[in-house]
Write a protein that binds this ligand. Structure first.
Ligand SMILES: [Zn+2]
Length: 119
């Protein structure tokens, strides 16, 4: 299993768009040692070819364009992203693939990811 962290900041990113705390201020001014970060987003893959997104952050377009593993590989409409797993509701999940949605329990979510990948 490969896990790629596409973003690790809170809802407003870092620096947060509406924040002038010392860290956000220092990053904007070039005095902060860390890097700007987009909103939390994770991608997982069992083979490095097909990826599943855990959630869908508002920064997703930027995160995909910043991750060569997620670039389209051929044709005019292709993507190595096999689906999006929405885990925002405790004890349930949804997998969206090719405009189809599957519902199930959180306990079986990884089994379903594997079965969807094999279709
Ligand atoms: Zn701040």
């Amino acid at each position: 299993m490969q896990v790629k962290i596409l973003g690790s900041a809170a809802g407003g990113g870092f620096p947060q768009w509406n924040c002038a705390c010392p860290n956000c201020h220092a990053l904007r001014g070039g005095q902060f040692q860390g890097k700007a970060r987009s909103q939390t987003q994770v991608a997982i893959s069992s083979d490095g070819e097909t990826w599943f997104l855990l959630g869908a952050s508002p920064d997703l377009r930027y995160q995909i364009e910043s991750s060569p593993e997620l670039y389209p590989r051929s044709g005019t409409r292709s993507s190595p992203i096999g689906g999006v797993i929405l885990v925002s509701v405790p004890d349930s999940f949804e997998v969206i693939e090719d405009n189809q949605c599957t519902r199930g329990t959180a306990q079986s979510s990884m089994e379903n990811v594997e079965s969807i990948r094999l279709r």
